[in-house]
Design a protein around this ligand. Structure first.
Ligand code: GN1
Ligand code: MG
Length: 367
């Protein structure tokens, strides 16, 4: 069987509304393999994904999370008089009513409805777009504020830096591919901030920061915009689980405000745009300020440093591990990403006082 035939056979396991005309690779996710499935006539097209079972050890539990959360969002959109076909993701079952299919090789596949006439950005090209993005995540969190069904922890300790340090210490000790000796300088970037980052996470552990339903992967390419720049919905709900919702603010700031690419080689291009930060914060707090606790508001600015730091750690750890987690395009890719994200972190640290001031002033406008 050719790879195309295999994909056709897999797509055929799902309840699609019309026969398939084509299947092609889509996007640049780091984890899953994604395809667009086009169908005949007026029927919807679909997104087919091979879920990465190394990253997600329990795909059925993950799909169960996604189905519950998207169904809840759909109800909220309907109540608000919106258009659920465009503002909510819909997961498609297999013929026997499951939300995943396991192929002969033990690979897991899932399908959702493709929302047409949308744009997924890899970078925010204007403060207005960043503002809309902030509103979009604010709305996502509001839609889920009353969600109280159980959610599985699909990746253990995903944004828990204490857990990440455990993995980190093991990775450095293991030195699986002998790269530790070449990254001494980079390791000091991690070690120098260890205590500071743990102090932030302690506030989650001791309940100072509440646990809420959180997306956990709010980089700009995971948000669907329509052609007028309005946010339709958040996609890629693989990591939706309970955590601090500050993760979603922090990760969005990491991606919306970066003047360079996540894997930029020319570090002079990398930095946090304070205008983008202010715009995203304004959009986000316009939707959420009244529902956040004071502790959450006080920690918003730091959450951007926290998630960016965590990303430096994760890229460097994967480099040390021999590139087993993230897809790479060339051998030093994870090291290049490490440097680029560290440059972004330094830029945030330089502007941290301004970030805190902006959060404070913006929150005051909306409370
Ligand atoms: C991964 O799946 P994708 O490409 O949206 C990763 C995120 C990282 C991001 C870095 C499950 O996101 O946590 O922040 O790459 N997702 C997972 O770009 O690890
Ligand atoms: Mg993802």
């Amino acid at each position: 069987m050719t790879p195309k035939d295999k994909l056709l056979k897999i797509a055929g396991q799902f309840e699609l509304a019309a026969p398939v005309v084509s299947i092609d690779a889509l996007g640049d996710g780091f984890i899953n393999d994604t395809f667009i499935v086009k169908t005949e006539g007026e029927a919807p097209d679909y997104i087919l994904q091979r879920k990465n079972k190394t990253v997600f050890p329990d795909v059925p539990a993950m799909m169960d999370n996604i189905v519950r959360v998207t169904a809840h969002i759909k109800r909220r959109v309907e109540e608000a008089g919106g258009n659920p076909a465009r503002e909510a993701m819909e997961v498609v079952p297999t013929h026997d009513g499951k939300y995943y299919y396991v192929d002969k090789n033990g690979e897991y596949w899932a399908v959702s409805v493709f929302i047409p006439d949308t744009i997924a950005y890899s970078r925010a090209d204007s403060p207005e777009l960043a503002r809309k993005g902030g509103q979009g995540i604010g709305r996502f969190q509001s839609q889920l504020a009353d969600f109280n069904e159980p959610l599985a922890e699909t990746i253990k300790g995903f944004h828990n830096i204490r857990h990440r340090f455990k993995q980190w210490d093991e990775a450095v000790a293991r030195d699986a591919v002998g790269r530790v000796k070449e990254v001494g300088r980079e390791i000091t970037w991690i070690e120098g901030r260890r205590e500071e980052m743990l102090r932030f996470w302690e506030q989650v552990e001791n309940g100072t920061l509440p646990t809420r339903v959180t997306h956990n992967d709010t980089k700009i390419s995971n948000i669907l915009f329509d052609k007028d720049g309005e946010v339709l919905c958040a996609i890629d709900l693989d990591t939706v689980m309970p955590s601090t919702s500050l993760n979603d603010f922090g990760d969005a700031i990491r991606s919306y405000t970066n003047t360079g690419r996540e894997d930029e080689r020319d570090l002079s291009r990398v930095g946090m745009s304070l205008d983008m930060f202010a715009a995203y914060t304004d959009g986000y707090l316009s939707e959420r300020a009244s529902q956040l606790t004071q502790a959450e508001i006080d920690n918003l600015a730091f959450s951007a440093l926290y998630i960016t730091y965590e990303q430096v750690l994760r890229f460097l750890m994967d480099y040390i591990d021999g590139d087993t987690y993230y897809k790479i395009a060339y051998p030093s890719h994870n090291l290049v990403r490490t440097h680029a994200q560290n440059a972004l972190l330094l830029s945030m640290e330089r502007q941290y006082d301004d970030m805190k001031r902006i959060v404070k002033e913006t929150a005051a406008r909306y409370i």
